[in-house]
Design a protein around this ligand. Structure first.
Ligand SMILES: *Cc1c(COP(=O)(O)O)cnc(C)c1O
Length: 409
């Protein structure tokens, strides 16, 4: 029997919520329902399904049993009434925008947001008569929102400088003008932060990252109140179409079961790594909310169960950053994050390149900044690898392409 009562602990819900034994076969694992359509059984039932008088599956663009189990599991973890899955995080973000916005509306976001989300808000919504404001902090959010503000879009900690945003305070400001608050909870996951408990209306995910955890699927999800999820499913999913497939949902169901165990390992490894490099001569700044001198530390300590798996280091110059990245052995140079394997990236020349020099400088995305997604390997091995790479970066020698170690390359 599914254990999705909110009274159960997080780990219990991660394992059990959203599914029980398959009602037809007793299968213990959720079957992959590889079907596009579902027979009505009778013309009368077909009519009732379409009229919304009876609930049931009838077409996999709207709902599929394997996908449904994933939705219900994450809804339980987010403490939400319901959730709807999408083909990608950006599929979830665009569904939110197309469901809840119309010409004349305004959106306020506290940048930097994920690059794709900023692209959606700035480049696409602007063409449809939506005015978008990038606000620097809570004071400018308060000064910007007005009765036309429909959405306030937040992310915490932010990518890649790991600024922490006060969700409760931002939600109060947004709700004072009747705006909906969207929180991209990809970096924190519901294990560390539950935005809906702090007043947000919609918690969205790139499930590609920690929810999956294994780097083998691209997916998205939104968790929220029942009426908001109904609107998203009917408009943002049915009429836009970024639907998650049952095979991906099956992988995600496997992944989410170990989310709390993986997050504990990611957070412990990231904290140990951040502490180990703090004060190192080759490191100008360590951005990690778990360090007591991080500007968002106190807020993070209140708002997050632990401080997350991302650490960014400023090595002073692009040359040092490149030498460092090329010398790492256990961190694969790649975009994405939240995999069990450690990953590394240079935001200024890759994911954030399009922002332009002025915005990069304003957001602290310096040429020397490297972002590390700390995997679940032994923390001491990761620390040793980072220290040897810092030695290479400091020596001025570029080792070129790194040699993969074991299966982590
Ligand atoms: C990756 C990411 C996205 C986009 O998700 P996709 O699954 O790649 O479409 C959105 N927000 C954040 C914070 C991300 O890291």
């Amino acid at each position: 029997m599914a254990q999705d009562s909110k009274a159960s602990g997080f780990r219990t819900r991660a394992v059990h919520a959203g599914h029980g034994l398959d009602p037809v076969t007793g299968a213990h694992a959720v079957p992959i329902y590889a079907t596009s359509t579902f027979g009505y059984g009778s013309a009368e039932r077909g009519a009732r399904l379409f009229a919304g008088e009876e609930s049931g599956y009838f077409y996999s663009r709207l709902s599929n049993p394997t996908v449904r189990a994933f939705e219900e599991k994450v809804a339980s973890l987010e403490g939400a009434d319901d959730a709807v899955a999408f083909a990608s995080g950006m599929g979830a973000a665009s569904a939110i925008a197309l469901t809840f916005l119309k010409a004349g509306d305004e959106v306020a976001f506290m940048g930097p947001l994920y690059g794709g989300t900023e692209g959606l808000l700035r480049d696409i919504l602007g063409r449809f008569g939506v005015t978008v404001h990038d606000v620097a902090d809570l004071d400018s959010l308060r000064a910007t929102v007005n009765e036309r503000t429909r959405l306030v879009w937040l992310e915490t900690p932010t990518n890649p400088t790991l600024r922490v945003v006060d969700l409760q305070a931002a939600a109060e400001i947004a709700h004072a003008v009747g705006a909906l608050v969207v929180v991209d909870n990809t970096f924190s996951t519901p294990y560390l932060t539950r935005p809906l408990d702090l007043g947000a209306d919609l918690a969205m995910h790139s499930a590609t990252k920690y929810l999956s955890g294994h780097g083998d699927v691209v997916a998205g999800l939104v968790a929220a109140r029942e009426d908001l999820i109904m609107e998203l499913r009917l408009h943002g999913l049915r009429h836009v179409g970024a639907v998650l497939g049952p095979f991906e949902a099956y992988l995600l169901l496997r992944g989410v079961k170990t989310l709390p165990l993986r997050m504990d390992a990611h957070c412990a490894g990231a904290l140990a790594l951040a502490q180990a490099v703090q004060g190192h001569a080759g490191v100008q700044a360590v951005h990690y909310p778990g360090l007591t001198d991080h500007p968002g530390h106190d807020l993070a300590a209140r708002q997050m169960k632990a401080f997350g798996g991302l650490v960014s280091l400023d090595l002073g110059s692009q040359e040092a950053a490149f030498r460092f990245l090329n010398a790492l052995n256990l961190f694969t140079q790649a975009v994405s994050l939240g995999d069990v394997e450690s990953l590394s990236s240079h935001p200024a020349s890759t994911t954030h390149q399009l922002l332009g020099e002025e915005t990069l400088a304003r957001q602290g995305i310096t040429p020397g900044l490297v972002r590390l997604s700390v995997g679940i390997e032994d923390p001491q091995d990761l620390i040793d690898d980072v220290l040897q790479a810092l030695a290479v970066a400091g020596s001025g020698a570029n080792t070129g392409h790194s040699t993969p170690v074991g299966s982590a390359g």
